[in-house]
Ligand binder design. Structure first.
Ligand code: G3H
Ligand code: ZN
Length: 286
């Protein structure tokens, strides 16, 4: 069934594990993620960035596609349809389109404005039973045109944002979207610990691809309850597709059936989902 994210992510914070939030791009991506969740019997958050939603044909289409696939595939585990890094307008559009959960990302606004808009989105979303994620500080790098400086979240601002009643909170702790540079210094555990001690709200780790596993697992002990993964699935999809073609498995370069060409990459996304979901300890559904 489709559900909002609040209880699932709260249970993760209390139980010291994380739920994977995987970005989707199309029907195959969505199917791969849903299949992984159903095979493992775990809850899943499927998210679209603003760019991916535009690419797929808009928020309504995304919502209906995912909802229809949940039905058609007989998915029995809880599924959250979430907007990833939405600006103020996008958050409202996704709410209107029936998403179960939205991120309002105001990292590029002065904090007072980020806070005011967050309050407004929380009020609107909660009146419809929709969960909300907000951001304090910023995530380094770029994801689908959303660019951040990697500014560390201030504990005071996190406390103020948490007081809005937001359901989960993304804090900048040295994490970066996309691939990590070789000279990356690692997550700022001191700041994460301070934040985790200061607020009960479940915390979100963005830029989940490429962080050493031990660091993610340590972060989970400090309050991280939602792990966002995008690049890892893209890399797996690209690698499997490339290998399939380069090995001549597409009738020695003559194959053109899209269902065959897309299968290795799609399977690789399911495998990636299962591997990550395993080591972040996502609890299966009873
Ligand atoms: O919002 C989505 C994530 O933060 C994904 O980051 O592409 O580094 O896995 P990633
Ligand atoms: Zn992100």
């Amino acid at each position: 069934p489709l559900v909002h994210g609040t209880e699932l992510v709260q249970a993760a914070r209390k139980g010291h594990y994380a739920i994977g939030a995987f970005n989707t791009n199309n029907l195959e991506w969505t199917r791969a993620i849903l299949k992984g969740a159903q095979d493992l019997n775990v809850p899943v958050i499927i998210q679209t960035s603003m760019g991916a939603a535009k690419y797929m044909g808009g928020y309504e289409l995304c919502q209906k596609l995912i909802e229809s696939m949940v039905k058609a595939m007989d998915i029995t585990v809880p599924v959250v349809i979430h907007l990833d890094h939405g600006n103020y307008e996008a958050a409202k559009e996704a709410i209107a389109a029936g998403y179960n959960s939205v991120m309002f990302d105001g990292h590029d606004l002065p904090f007072a404005e980020n806070l005011e808009k967050a309050k407004e989105i929380v009020k609107l979303a909660h009146s419809k039973g929709i969960s909300v994620e907000c951001e304090v500080g910023s995530i380094g790098g770029e994801e689908d045109g959303v660019i951040g400086e990697g500014e560390l979240a201030s504990v005071e601002e996190v406390k103020t944002m948490a007081a809005t009643g937001v359901d989960f909170l993304a804090a900048g702790i040295g994490n970066i979207h996309g691939q990590y540079p070789d000279n990356w210094k690692g997550l700022h555990f001191d700041r994460l610990q301070e934040i985790g001690n200061a607020v009960d709200v479940p915390l979100v780790l963005h830029g989940g691809s490429g962080i050493p596993r031990e660091q993610v697992q340590k972060a989970i002990t400090m309050g991280i309850s939602k792990l966002n993964i995008n690049t890892e699935c893209q890399l797996a999809f690209a690698k499997a597709t490339r290998e399939y073609i380069e090995a001549g498995k597409d009738k020695q370069g003559k194959g053109y059936d899209p269902r065959k060409l897309l299968k290795p990459g799609t399977d690789a996304i399911t495998d990636t989902f299962k591997e990550i979901t395993g080591w972040i300890g996502t609890k299966s559904v009873k």
